[in-house]
Design a protein around this ligand. Structure first.
Ligand code: ATP
Length: 312
């Protein structure tokens, strides 16, 4: 009898892992439909995206009732704009992304996309409209072509190449032993972190979702790769509503709004210039200001570990 429960437990564990890490979600979600903690309402409707504007309205959520993870989170991302989430570890940044993708439903408050409460829409229609770029992308043991094409299985070869070019990975692929037919992943060519992230960006460019969730990689990259990633991210997020857990200074500085998340609350918000100016008026007081100063100091002291392209 225990053997019967084995696989189910395994599914459960695996599903929680996916919830945590956003691993290959769309495909896995189909496989694990029965395991989802969130169910469509009987009268769920299809999400109709016109602008892709996102509103969090007084959102509260806890994994464990004794420790609320989010408490009264409110913000808006107008059509095509970028909101960057920053703040200390455990503050609630990933939870905000998970709620928008509806891995969980908010306990209090509402999340609206173009005026529709996401709790009332079909999950499939929600996820079709959201592209996710995780920190660490898992590649399929298949060709690099397959791995990008997966973003939109109806795309033509020309479109796949165009997406790879925009994501700054096309030239690199042409230098692989079998070009686009090169097998990658655990049993094939191992890609570096910077390459894997550009594959994820190419997938998302191919998918063309109106809304993007991005968990930026923390690893520092050499200057050339950093510039390529920046360009690729700009191509991907251009005119798309973007919610990003930001680690790269360029992303933070260019964001339309920065939310500093601590203990499940928005403790500071504004553009980079606004937050710096406000802190300077207060004699350098402010979480964002301190983070910024530390980042500048770490970089000038060379504390940032640089990952070399192709080193892994
Ligand atoms: P980091 O920068 O380290 O990724 P974060 O700001 O993204 O942190 P979250 O991962 O959203 O923070 O976590 C917010 C709070 O919720 C933390 O107290 C964390 O311990 C808790 N938490 C996160 N995931 C779970 C889970 N699956 N079960 C229980 N508690 C969780």
């Amino acid at each position: 009898i225990n053997q019967l429960y084995g696989p189910l437990n395994w599914f459960g564990t695996y599903y929680r892992m996916i919830q945590q890490n956003f691993i290959d979600m769309e495909k896995m979600l189909l496989l694990f439909k029965e395991q989802q903690s969130v169910k469509d309402l009987p009268d769920a409707t299809e999400l109709k995206v016109t602008d892709g504007s996102v509103i969090f309205e007084n959102v509260g959520f806890s994994y464990d009732p004794r420790h609320p993870a989010l408490n009264g989170i409110s913000f808006e991302i107008p059509k095509g704009k970028t909101v960057a989430l920053v703040g200390p570890s455990g503050g609630g940044k990933s939870t905000i992304l998970r709620l928008l993708f509806r891995f969980y439903d908010a306990d209090t408050g509402r999340i609206l996309i173009d005026g529709q409460d996401i709790r009332t829409v079909e999950q499939e229609s929600l996820r079709k409209n959201i592209g996710v770029v995780p920190q660490d992308t898992v590649l399929f043991n298949d060709t690099i072509y397959y791995n990008i094409h997966y973003g939109n299985i109806n795309a033509s070869e020309v479109e796949v190449h165009k997406a790879a070019k925009a994501a700054q990975i096309h030239d690199r692929i042409l230098n692989f032993p079998d070009g686009y037919e090169t097998r990658v992943g655990e049993r094939g060519l191992r890609l570096s972190g910077g390459e894997k992230q550009r594959v994820a960006i190419a997938r998302t460019i191919l998918k063309q979702p109106p809304i993007i969730l991005l968990d930026e990689a923390t690893s520092a990259l050499d200057t050339t790769t950093e510039r390529q990633i920046q360009y690729a991210l700009a191509q991907m997020t251009q005119d798309r509503t973007t919610l990003v857990i930001a680690h790269r200074l360029s992303t933070i500085v260019n964001a339309d709004l920065i939310l500093c998340i601590k203990d499940g609350k928005v403790v500071e918000q504004g553009t980079h210039d606004e937050l710096i100016r406000k802190a300077e008026e207060n004699g350098g007081d402010g979480i964002y200001y301190e983070m910024w100063q530390k980042q500048i100091k770490d970089e000038s002291e060379g504390k940032v570990i640089v990952e070399n392209e192709g080193s892994s």
